[in-house]
Design a protein around this ligand. Structure first.
Ligand code: FES
Length: 182
């Protein structure tokens, strides 16, 4: 519970989450603090991440349940990804049926490459050839079974007429500490 006067037992002023949020303003991707004693005008290291906008396919060329491979957000290590039209609505799906999605294809357990292991009957990626993890592509790549504990990183998509662009990611690519640094 928030202390009524925002002061802890030591007498040192503390800042509630609400007043912190009220006291911060986002300016050009950096949070500038205001209204916090001793912190006015200081910038918090909270740079926003900027992913490339990359053309990865054309809607009219996709065939249901035939994944197309691509690399994102760069051509480096562990960026093997697949774009697939599932034929059923999916979380984050684009197109008239909301069924076109894309995921990084490296298993989040120990990095097994699943870019050629898609199961159309279940709209699932896997089972991974290493330890059998399988991921549900209709529900943001959540784990169905196996050793992995993290969902597959989903590539965020935008549709511009017939062109499909990758514009960002949710989740961390296996083997990277930052998706934008190989
Ligand atoms: S690396 Fe895929 S289940 Fe272990």
């Amino acid at each position: 519970m928030e202390h009524p006067d925002n002061t802890n037992k030591s007498g040192i002023g503390c800042v509630s989450r609400r007043s912190f949020l009220k006291g911060g303003a986002v300016v050009g991707g950096t949070i500038v603090l205001t209204g916090i004693p001793g912190m006015e005008g200081k910038a918090l290291a909270a740079e926003m991440t900027h992913y490339p906008r990359m053309l990865i396919g054309r809607l009219s060329e996709l065939k249901a349940n035939k994944p197309v491979k691509f690399k994102y957000p760069d051509d480096g290590k562990n960026t093997n990804s697949v774009l697939v039209k599932l034929g059923v609505p999916a979380g984050g799906g684009i197109g008239s049926g909301g069924d076109v999605v894309a995921f990084n294809a490296l298993c989040t357990h120990m990095g097994g490459n699943m870019s050629s292991i898609y199961k159309p009957a279940d709209q699932a990626m896997g089972p991974c050839s290493f330890h059998q993890s399988t991921f549900d592509l209709t529900r943001h790549g959540i784990i169905i079974g196996g050793h992995a504990t993290e969902s597959l990183p989903q590539v965020l998509l935008e549709l511009d007429n017939d062109d499909i662009y990758a514009v960002g990611m949710i989740g961390l690519i296996y083997g990277r500490y930052d998706n934008l640094k190989g």
